[in-house]
Write a protein that binds this ligand. Structure first.
Ligand code: PLP
Length: 387
């Protein structure tokens, strides 16, 4: 974590983007650095620490210092998308390495592991990571190099015990990387539970305004594996662009406020929809009925996230019908923005998805929760009336 003069909280530091002020103008919002190349010193050195834009950009570094602070990490890097962040981790492995990953995880990454990564010689075993015994059984000592986790996991919001898995994985010599996109650093700091690296689709809550595609990785130690990941980013040009980095910094200034609002609304909606005539099940770790609730209560601080899913009694047709009828919720993929989004998830995940056909995934934004409830309640009732 970067040095700060006082013991200020992460909310305070993020609100002021680490308090950085432009030295030349005293502007409280630092300028966006767009140069792709930098002047050498007369003696041929690069004392500024900047050589070329593929590895070096000061605006990107400012975003990274905020993420490292939020995750209490030794270092962080930002990349062009959540997928490029995840893929950079896997490309830092070696052909023949064995990976353990969750059965329920972000679908595009699961597909990449199943298809593309296999062609690169990586072997992935998918298990129910919320079951520690299943994780233990899947790990092959000396061969498993990485255990990938996602908690809460998309789109069923099951919870994995990061500390429990980390202990098992480390004993077998494997690293643990956690996709913490849904939890955000406000609710869970995976490194504090023993994970080695935390990953975010910064497109979601970190930026929070559905206008930047970005990914982030933060590490507990700057070891040889971290150096390999940074090399993948530098060689392949996966660094985030400076304008996007600036927008990401602006988004992170209000992260704690947005996450708090989303959590409160998600909890409220989950409770109300639990008693809804046309809803068979609400999947939300904040509900005591959720199988991962007790663990989530230990592992998440300040809320259970802004994501929940509902299963319609009337099946797929009514789920798609309800999605068609909303006026306030936006029928769109993605999550973690200030505007609430809803999606018939099975339609996007396709064959092989563990997502039930009757499921709608909800990302609660920061609107008035009564408006959100009224809009979706009406759309669900209308769809049910149409049969
Ligand atoms: N991880 C999770 C949990 C996601 O929801 C997403 C995107 O939806 C990703 C990773 C991929 O991120 P990106 O779309 O920024 O590449």
């Amino acid at each position: 974590m970067p040095e700060t003069p006082e013991n200020w909280s992460s909310r305070t530091l993020a609100a002021q983007a680490m308090g950085k002020v432009d030295a030349a103008t005293k502007a409280v919002v630092p300028p966006i650095h767009i140069a792709t190349t930098f002047l050498r010193d007369p003696d041929n050195q690069y004392r500024s620490g900047n050589v070329y834009g593929r590895p070096d950009n000061e605006t990107v570094r400012e975003a990274e210092s905020i993420i490292a602070m939020l995750e209490d990490a030794k270092a962080a890097i930002v990349l062009g998308s959540g997928m490029s962040a995840a893929v950079a981790v896997f490309l830092a492995l070696k052909p023949g390495d064995h990976i353990v990953a969750p059965k329920v995880m972000y679908w595009a990454l699961r597909n990449w592991l199943l298809n593309d990564a296999a062609e690169w010689g990586l072997v992935t075993e998918f298990v129910d990571t919320s079951d520690l015994e299943a994780v233990r059984a899947a790990i092959v000592p000396g061969k498993t190099r990485l255990v990938w986790l996602e908690t809460p996991s998309n789109p069923l919001w099951s919870i994995t015990d990061i500390a429990g898995v980390s202990e098992i994985a480390h004993r077998a010599g494997a690293r643990v990387v956690v996709d913490s996109t849904g939890a955000t650093p406000i609710l869970t700091r995976p490194l504090a539970f023993g994970a080695d690296i935390v990953m975010h689709s910064a497109t979601k809550y970190l930026n929070g305004h559905s206008d930047v595609l970005a990914g982030a990785l933060a590490t507990r130690t700057e070891d040889e594996f971290w150096a390999r990941i940074k090399r993948v980013r530098a060689i392949q040009g996966l660094i985030l662009g400076p304008f996007e980095a600036f927008l990401l910094i602006r988004g992170m200034r209000t992260l704690s406020l947005r996450v708090k609002a989303a959590c409160e609304s998600a909890m409220d909606l989950a409770t109300r929809f639990s008693n809804h005539a046309h809803i068979a099940e609400v999947l939300y770790p904040g509900l005591t009925s959720h199988p991962g609730h007790a663990l989530a209560a230990r592992q998440m601080t300040g809320g259970f996230g802004g994501m929940l899913s509902i299963r319609l009694r009337g099946g797929e047709k009514q789920a798609i019908g309800a999605a068609a009828g909303v006026r306030l919720w936006k029928r769109a993929t993605s999550l973690g923005g200030v505007e609430s989004l809803l999606e018939h998830r099975a339609s996007i995940e396709g064959a092989g998805s563990p997502c039930p056909l009757d499921l709608l995934r909800l990302s609660t934004g920061v609107e008035d929760v009564n408006d959100l409830f009224a809009d979706l309640d009406r759309a669900i009732r209308d769809a049910a009336a149409q049969g």
